[in-house]
Design a protein around this ligand. Structure first.
Ligand SMILES: NC(=O)C1=CN([C@@H]2O[C@H](COP(=O)(O)OP(=O)(O)OC[C@H]3O[C@@H](n4cnc5c(N)ncnc54)[C@H](O)[C@@H]3O)[C@@H](O)[C@H]2O)[C@@H](O)CC1
Ligand SMILES: Nc1ncnc2c1ncn2[C@@H]1O[C@H](COP(=O)(O)OP(=O)(O)O)[C@@H](O)[C@H]1O
Ligand SMILES: [K+]
Length: 499
């Protein structure tokens, strides 16, 4: 399976390159696309009383005319409703000319009970919000609760951003071509797609690779070979050492969740760095995790010098005092040669939002440590208010812009977590589960990513793996999950990836 996520313009580039390479031409691709839609209708709904095909004016409509023709030829009762005739001379006009099903106006369309709707109104070419009779047709269909097969995308969903433009079909199945698009994975569009079927219409992998695509669906297939397993002669420190800063006496749990997750994700040693006032609370709960007092930068430096951790986690449970942000900047400024990467989460991110200028300046320094930021939506808006407020950007583009601005790996969390790195590569996570919407689950994620970095997994792959593993552990554990369950639930997932 291939994991590139093609934006509509990259998909158009792939279509053009395929047609230029021959022998298939535009109408050839359209026939394959329409055929794959008809196949899905026949396979999934063999007993359908009728199929209503809705065709728009562009090539998405062209796919609809092909599907309507093939379904009618198979003996299915087909009715075809169109917004407007396709532009003459184009592939869609050719497909319409080959289709002898009577064309009725879209205004006459009302979903019949027992019928299947094929939505071929708009796909990659959607350029402005839907309105008028199209929105009315969508509303009628969605409220009729009939199965909807959407061609390429549910009409109204932006393939680039997942945004709903005006209104969108609620599809049962979406049949897309060659590769998924970001809009199939980003919310709210993702919720409109139903099951996404990717049909092969003969666009070669080399051609997809020749487009400007830099975005992937997060999947173990493309990072698994980097997944660490300990060498036979490993010792605990060579496996990777993670240090996690703890909050004060009433806020120690978050750091421990992160620390336990780091240990379960394969770090050979994990140290919780605790303020003196919280040592007793931490000591009462830690066994295999090392505990060390750290109240000041000097204490932290002494730890770094003596214990040489590869990665530090700074943020979970630290609170909102001004010195939290100052300490984060100090840690970054003393990093060189002392530790390789810093994971900033939760309060670590929020605290920097009061020192944004100094933070972004610090990130430009050549000796700055690798940095992973794991904001949820609220934290993202605090640290990157300009990017968050830019309504023209998708979540994918926001994550990319933030990665470039902060010279950091961004894990922009949520049901459609986006992972982005400054060089423009990005991934969208697809195995998320709302079971993770439970307090403390983010702390666990910061520990996993730190452990994978400490085991020297390449940074983008480590961030992607951490996000996938985190969600997979939650899925396998199932309902009733709380954050304390996650570290142990990692064991089975990590075991499946190792060796
Ligand atoms: N050779 C190709 O390019 C192939 C394209 N394919 C299909 O072609 C689709 C893309 O075709 P197009 O680029 O023609 O785009 P669409 O068919 O999605 O729509 C384009 C047309 O809709 C108009 N439009 C856009 N938004 C509108 C709105 N809100 N209200 C009213 N009109 C609006 C545009 O001005 C244009 O005339 C894909 O989604 C896919 O289904 C497939 O047939 C495979 C091959
Ligand atoms: N509905 C959801 N579907 C999938 N993942 C979710 C959902 N809600 C939250 N998550 C995930 O759960 C984690 C929550 O992290 P965060 O908001 O930082 O919580 P906390 O601060 O309580 O640890 C993130 O990894 C996020 O992506
Ligand atoms: K469509």
């Amino acid at each position: 399976m291939a994991f590139e996520l093609l934006t509509p313009s990259e998909m158009a580039e792939a279509d053009r390159l395929t047609i230029a390479a021959g022998p298939v031409d535009g109408i050839g691709l359209m026939r394959r696309a329409g055929c794959s839609v008809a196949d899905v209708v026949l396979q999934r709904f063999p007993g359908a009383k009728a199929v209503h095909v809705l065709c728009g004016p562009g090539n998405n409509g062209g796919d609809g005319y092909v599907a309507a023709r093939l379904l009618a030829e198979s003996g299915v009762a087909v009715r075809l409703f169109a917004t407007a005739a396709p532009r003459s001379g184009g592939d869609a006009a050719l497909a319409a000319a080959e289709c002898s099903v009577k064309v009725e106006p879209l205004a006459a369309f009302a979903p019949e009970s027992g019928a299947i709707v094929v939505d071929a109104l708009y796909g990659a070419g959607l350029s402005k919000p839907l309105d008028g009779e199209v929105v009315e047709a969508i509303t009628r269909t969605n409220s009729a609760v009939v199965p909807v097969i959407s061609v390429d995308l549910p009409s109204g969903v932006s393939g680039a951003s997942g945004e709903i433009m005006g209104s969108a079909f609620q599809a049962t199945v979406t049949v897309t071509f060659a590769r998924k698009k970001p809009g199939h994975l980003l919310y709210p569009g993702r919720a409109q797609c139903g099951e996404v079927v990717v049909a092969d219409i003969g666009i070669a992998a080399a051609i997809v690779g020749a487009t400007s695509v830099r975005c992937f669906e997060n999947d173990p297939a493309w990072w698994r070979r980097h997944f660490p397993s300990p060498a036979n002669d490993a010792h605990k420190y060579s496996r990777g050492h993670v240090g996690v800063f703890s909050g004060g006496p009433s806020a120690t749990g978050a750091a421990r969740l992160s620390a336990m997750a780091a240990a379960r994700a394969g770090a050979g040693a994990v140290t919780v760095l605790s303020p003196g006032a919280a040592l007793a609370a931490n000591a009462a709960h830690l066994t295999s995790i090392i505990l060390r007092r750290s109240d000041t930068l000097q204490d932290a430096l002494a730890f770094l010098g003596a214990r040489k951790p590869e990665v530090l986690v700074y943020g979970p449970g630290l609170g909102s005092e001004p010195e939290i942000g100052r300490f984060a900047l100090e840690l970054m400024s003393v990093a060189e040669g002392r530790f390789a990467a810093l994971v900033l989460d939760a309060d670590g991110i929020t605290s920097l939002s009061h020192r944004r200028a100094a933070f972004f300046e610090a990130r430009k320094r050549p000796n700055a440590p690798a940095l992973v930021l794991t904001p949820h939506h609220g934290e993202f808006g605090r640290l990157f208010p300009g990017i968050a407020a830019d309504a023209s950007l998708s979540k994918l583009e926001r994550a990319r812009a933030a990665a470039a601005k902060a010279n950091a790996i961004i894990i922009y969390k949520g049901p459609d977590t986006v992972i982005a790195v400054p060089d423009g590569r990005a991934a969208i996570n697809a195995n998320g589960t709302s079971l993770l919407a439970t307090a403390g689950s983010g702390d666990v994620l910061s520990g996993i990513v730190a452990a994978l970095l400490a085991q020297r997994m390449p940074a983008f792959e480590a961030a992607c793996a951490a996000v996938w593993i985190h969600a997979e552990a939650a899925r396998r554990f199932g309902p009733g999950l709380i954050a304390e369950d996650l570290p142990l639930a990692l064991r089975e997932v990590v075991a499946g990836l190792s060796g």
